[in-house]
Design a protein around this ligand. Structure first.
Ligand code: SF4
Ligand code: SF4
Length: 84
């Protein structure tokens, strides 16, 4: 599937351990990335400072579901399952 424009769930629900500009320790699960705009688009898209992990995340119906809310639920659940 293609990424749902304006979804942004994967920039909110999961934790990100690599540094993000302005968020040197990454971000905790459930917190919006500083660079996620009000319309849920990445402010660093296409820029070299965008973390590699963000570019590596591929939209998949198993993870992204059929709506942003569904993706938040699935990603939140996956986060809990993989938390150490
Ligand atoms: S959760 Fe999936 S559809 Fe939503 S922004 Fe991320 S990759 Fe795109
Ligand atoms: S840098 Fe962009 S793609 Fe990565 S979490 Fe933040 S808003 Fe999302």
């Amino acid at each position: 599937m293609n990424c749902r424009e304006g979804c942004g769930a994967c920039c909110i629900a999961p934790s990100i351990s690599s540094p993000i500009p302005g968020m040197p320790n990454g971000k905790p699960a459930g917190e919006r990335c500083l660079h996620l705009s009000a319309v849920n688009l990445c402010g660093l898209f296409g820029k070299p400072e965008r973390p590699a992990v963000c570019g590596g995340f591929k939209a998949d119906v198993d993870v992204c579901g059929s709506s942003s809310d569904e993706a938040i639920r699935i990603l939140g659940w996956l986060e809990q399952m993989t938390a150490t």
